[in-house]
Design a protein around this ligand. Structure first.
Ligand SMILES: [Zn+2]
Length: 185
């Protein structure tokens, strides 16, 4: 459901592209990075790199800890960290891949939206879901994935490309100051 032959490239990069990036990123998230290329549990990063990565991950966990999924119930930023890292990195690399695919030419405007806007709209649409609160609550304490709403918005608001695409400004719901955006790679 994340790929459509008839859709324009922006839509496919924003959906299946971000998912492919997500899966690749798991090799380098806070858990995957503890294994080397042969799947052996072995530290292969420099201590400085690992500390920097952990500090950025802690900032991302803080962001997700603040998301209220149900009244009075927030996302567990530590439980969901590997998946949130993968969502963020996957979106970022898919956006870069989309831009590269344009070969320096501007994307066509379709239905009034630029290619960059359609990329992010497609990403958000890929997370549409309907759940009962009881099920959402069960997942909130057991599922390492964040609730879909926050997978969409929590990743996008950290990308400069998102803010450029929509011209967000202070006061907008999705706005995040540059200094507060987390970029892992
Ligand atoms: Zn994942």
């Amino acid at each position: 459901p994340l790929f459509d032959m008839r859709a324009d490239d922006a839509v496919n990069y924003g959906a299946i592209g971000a998912t492919i990036g997500h899966e690749i990123s798991h090799g380098f998230d806070n858990m995957g990075s503890q294994f080397d290329g042969d799947g052996v549990m072995r530290q292969w990063w420099s201590e400085a790199d690992r500390q920097t990565f952990a500090a950025l991950g802690a900032r991302l966990a803080e962001q997700f800890n603040a998301f209220e999924a149900l009244p009075g119930k927030t996302v567990n930023g530590q439980l969901t960290l590997p998946e949130n890292i993968a969502d963020l990195v996957g979106l970022q690399i898919a956006f870069k891949a989309y831009q590269t695919s344009l070969n320096g030419k501007p994307a066509p405007r379709i239905d009034g939206y630029t290619g960059e806007q359609r990329f992010f709209l497609s990403f958000a649409q890929s997370w549409r879901v309907k759940r009962r609160d009881e099920h959402a609550q069960q997942l909130l304490i057991s599922d390492p994935h964040s609730p879909p709403e926050f997978r969409a918005n929590g990743a996008a608001r950290n990308l400069d490309g998102f803010h450029d695409a929509f011209g967000t400004q202070a006061g907008d719901k999705m706005f995040k100051p540059v200094a507060e955006r987390v970029r892992l790679w």
